[in-house]
Design a binder for this molecule. Structure first.
Ligand SMILES: Cc1cc2nc3c(=O)[nH]c(=O)nc-3n(C[C@H](O)[C@H](O)[C@H](O)COP(=O)(O)OP(=O)(O)OC[C@H]3O[C@@H](n4cnc5c(N)ncnc54)[C@H](O)[C@@H]3O)c2cc1C
Length: 423
């Protein structure tokens, strides 16, 4: 964890428990002394959410990084929540298994942090979300009471589904200590096929046609913005920097992937796309890794973005939303997981009228018209961090969410003020 990351929190003291029992004691002490608790994994996303207002204790999870049980033949693993995503991937790869979740900065990001924030990258379309892979969870609530949900086997539906509840709760309901994951085999083959549609309308036609395609992509990525041509692969696709790039990834056996590539090229050919680019094997893996890093750090050559947003809209709204962003900031860089309607927007210019009024207000309304919302992922200036600008218009039953929060954390000690609750 970098010291600058943790300095973004109002911290009096940092505790680094080296066992789950020590973590329980630490949370219980905070409960008894009324101290706010900020769980910290790798510290890669501490700027996400509203800025904390109350001083408190940083509870570093990174020493809880052990593998508890790895029955590879059952395709599950039980680990402590502070394990880094890279270390987890290396453990799994030794048995030809993986957790197919694309995460930026995997050497630093921890499994607990990834579950708490519930982001998902390009492979979400074909492989599902982190929530789909968590089958058992152990955590400690705001009183210092340990609790568990799910179990260590795939077929397990007993009790309340705490796995789903804790995923995406931004560490406000409990400190996650241990997780059991459902795993997938590492596929032997991987290809990325890409083309450059003439404009958003043409891209929308290709995306709509994918619904009827006989292929089953792992990822459907639509990339727009002036700097994408800096990427070596995209640079080979054409010279017109204004056009969007559509990239489709296929994983499976060599035979499945070869068939999918040929089939997609035939389907695209019928729609007038003749020029395509392709990456295979490790090159395809590395390119998807570059896309997984983009939300956090952009392209290697690009400058720090003054604002990073995430929009969720209906998939058929992806190109319309991207066009709206570009009308507000023509230099914006956009990565859309187009099959899911998720857009990561790295803005390069901020509007003169301010973030809340001219930008988030405008984009919120557009997303709401597409049954979606916009949240702020990063805002290095920390200006205009309001509930509306950070969490957008959330169509959620707040009274139920707040009632759940009070049950788990009656003194509001866990990450106070950072999440969507109105207190
Ligand atoms: C700009 C941006 C873009 C992103 N893009 C993507 C993306 O494309 N794909 C993707 O998968 N992820 C994305 N993320 C999320 C990021 O990958 C994960 O949030 C991060 O990896 C979390 O790991 P960490 O250990 O660094 O968490 P930290 O930064 O340490 O913590 C993040 C949050 O989780 C809480 N937390 C951490 N550990 C625990 C725990 N054990 N129990 C309870 N709460 C805990 C913290 O209190 C904090 O609120 C993005 C984040 C940002 C800010």
């Amino acid at each position: 964890m970098s010291s600058t990351a943790i300095e973004s929190l109002p911290i009096n003291e940092t505790l680094s428990p080296d066992s789950q029992a020590a973590l329980v004691d630490a949370v219980r002490d905070c409960y008894e002394t009324d101290q706010a608790i900020y769980p910290v994994g790798g510290g890669t996303s501490l700027g996400f959410g509203l800025p904390p207002k109350r001083a408190g204790v940083a509870l570093a999870i990174s020493q809880l990084n052990r593998v508890i049980e790895f029955p590879a033949r059952d395709m599950t693993i039980t680990v402590e929540a502070g394990i880094s995503m890279q270390s987890l991937a290396e453990t799994l790869a030794a048995e030809h298994l993986r957790l197919p979740i694309d995460v930026p900065q995997p050497a630093t990001a921890t499994l607990g942090g990834v579950i708490a924030t519930n982001f998902n990258g390009p492979r979400r379309f074909g492989q599902g979300t982190i929530r789909d892979h968590v089958i058992g969870i152990s955590a400690v609530d705001g009183r210092g009471t340990p609790f568990k949900g799910g179990g260590r086997v795939v077929k397990n539906v007993a009790g309340y589904d705490f796995c789903k509840l804790l995923t995406g709760s931004l560490g406000t309901l409990g400190v996650i200590t241990q997780v059991t994951l459902k795993l997938k085999p590492i596929p032997p083959a991987h290809c990325v096929v890409a083309c450059v549609p003439v404009d958003f309308a043409a891209a929308e036609g290709l995306l709509a046609a994918l619904i009827d395609s006989d292929t089953t992509p792992t990822a459907i990525e639509l990339l727009t913005g002036p700097n994408w041509h800096q990427d070596a692969f995209i640079g080979t696709l054409g010279t017109d920097h204004g056009r969007p790039v559509l990239a489709i990834s296929f994983e499976g056996t060599a035979q499945e992937v070869d068939w999918s590539v040929a089939q997609l090229k035939m389907e695209w050919g019928r729609q007038g796309i003749v020029e395509t680019g392709m990456l295979a094997g490790q090159e395809a893996d590395q390119w998807l890794r570059m896309l997984a890093e983009f939300p956090h750090s952009g392209l290697a050559e690009s400058a720090e973005a003054p604002l990073v947003l995430k929009a969720n809209v209906v998939p058929s709204g992806t190109t319309r939303f991207a066009a709206q962003v570009q009308s507000l900031d023509p230099s914006a860089m956009i990565q859309a997981h187009a099959g899911n309607g998720t857009l990561i927007v790295r803005l390069n210019q901020l509007p003169e009228g301010g973030i809340a009024r001219d930008l988030v207000g405008n984009l919120d309304a557009t997303a709401a018209g597409m049954h979606g919302n916009v949240v702020m992922l990063a805002n290095p200036s920390r200006a205009e961090m309001t509930h509306q600008s950070v969490w957008g218009g959330i169509d959620a039953p707040f009274q139920w969410m707040e009632a759940v929060k009070r049950e788990f954390d009656p003194k509001n000690l866990l990450n106070p003020g950072r999440f969507v609750y109105q207190f």
